[in-house]
Ligand binder design. Structure first.
Ligand code: COA
Length: 349
């Protein structure tokens, strides 16, 4: 039996593999964080759409609703194989939790490393009516604790996402002649026309496509700020509250909010302008915080130039970023201590 957390109607695990090619690389020669995020989302979309169509309900496509905070644990190199495995770990009435692991494999030596672990939530939408959320066939759990833990995660994310629904953020305006290392100096935008290859069967953008574009903009901001090779270290939880329709023009904008000694936090917004078929007002589709690290030619983290904040707003955002940084650092340290204790206990037995 596989190590899956649940069994029931529909497939509980899948694995997708792909060799990493030069067009997946960043300038340091490693695979782009955005490419990894896109692969994670593709695996999640396959398993959740399959599962949601395995019952007696109406045909549907699973839309990405949320991605939990994701850490990039180690780099993946060009020529390696990305093995992406996805497993359904919880279902609520209308949503599916998918856990995805990404492992890089050197097919010459057989060496394998875990590069990412991500948790995604999908919501099935009817093929006949894109605005209709359909019911998810429930999975059966091997142990009651798995269901209880899944429900706890479901309740926690429900609370957390209410906050981001209210956080809309402002518009990023161009700055004339900005001083180096100010927010205006590195802020960047990318404009993209949403075409069919970006979209699901229902004609709205795949979450993975959006995350890849967001990572691209965040990378440009980080590189402009520190003028070195940069890598994605983590992405905070992202909620996809609004669909983006085919034919929309999207503007993806990023600005630096905080710098620690060796990391940079970048806030990214996606604004959609749908003007084909039924013209609609421009709206904020999604926003998220990315953390980047600057690397030396040998791949070692470098100190980053400190962000110079000018306006009251920039100072406030810097303090908020510092709060998030300290909170995640404390959590990471607590996890490391817990792991060390567990290893010590195992060694004593
Ligand atoms: N994260 C996780 N689950 C979410 C969610 C989020 N951000 N937003 C809604 N849900 C879940 C709810 O918990 C509910 O499940 P439950 O009844 O089992 O608790 C289910 O979605 C339906 O919620 P409801 O309130 O009826 O729907 P909604 O009006 O909030 O719409 C979406 C939910 C996901 C359909 C809607 O927000 C949407 O279309 N988002 C964009 C999806 C998309 O286009 N993704 C790619 C973006 S590029």
């Amino acid at each position: 039996m596989s190590e899956r957390g649940a069994a029931g109607p529909g497939p509980a695990t899948i694995q997708v593999s792909r060799i990493m090619r030069p067009d997946d690389a960043n300038i340091a020669g490693n695979v782009h964080g955005g490419t990894v995020l896109k692969m994670i989302e593709e695996a999640g979309a396959i398993i959740s759409t399959r599962h949601c169509n395995s019952g007696q309900g109406e045909p549907c496509v699973a839309a990405l609703a949320r991605v939990e905070r994701t850490d990039f644990l180690s780099p993946m190199c060009i020529g390696e194989v990305a093995n992406v495995s996805a497993e359904i770990t919880y279902t609520s009435k209308h949503s599916v939790e998918v856990q995805v692991n990404v492992m890089s494999e050197n097919i010459l030596t057989g060496a394998k490393k875990v590069t990412n672990k991500a948790t995604l939530w999908y919501v099935p939408l009817s093929l006949k009516n894109v605005n209709k959320v359909v019911e998810v066939p429930p999975i059966q759990y091997m142990h009651k604790e798995q269901e209880d833990e899944g429900r706890k995660r479901y309740e926690e994310q429900k609370l957390d996402r209410l906050e981001t629904k209210q956080r809309n953020g402002d518009v990023i305006l161009p700055v004339i002649n900005p001083e180096p290392h100010t927010v205006g100096y590195s802020q960047s935008s990318l404009i993209h026309l949403v075409g069919p290859s970006d979209c699901t069967l229902l004609g709205f953008v795949h979450g993975g496509v959006t995350m890849k574009l967001m990572d691209e903009v965040a990378g440009i901001v980080a590189a402009r700020h520190c003028k070195t090779n940069i890598v994605t270290a983590s992405v905070d939880a992202i909620n996809f509250h609004e669909k983006i329709k085919k034919g929309s023009v999207i503007t993806i904008s990023g600005r630096m909010t905080f710098t620690s000694n060796k990391s940079m936090e970048i806030e990214v917004f996606v604004d959609a302008d749908p003007f084909v078929d039924e013209p609609q007002e421009r709206y904020r589709a999604v926003s998220a915080f990315f953390t980047y690290v600057s690397l030396s030619k040998e791949g070692k983290p470098l100190p980053v130039p400190q962000l110079l904040t000018e306006s009251e707003e920039e100072k406030r955002r810097f303090e908020e970023g510092k709060g998030r940084y300290l909170q995640t650092k404390a959590k990471r340290q607590a996890q490391m201590m817990q792991q060390a204790q567990m290893m010590q206990q195992a060694a004593q037995h």
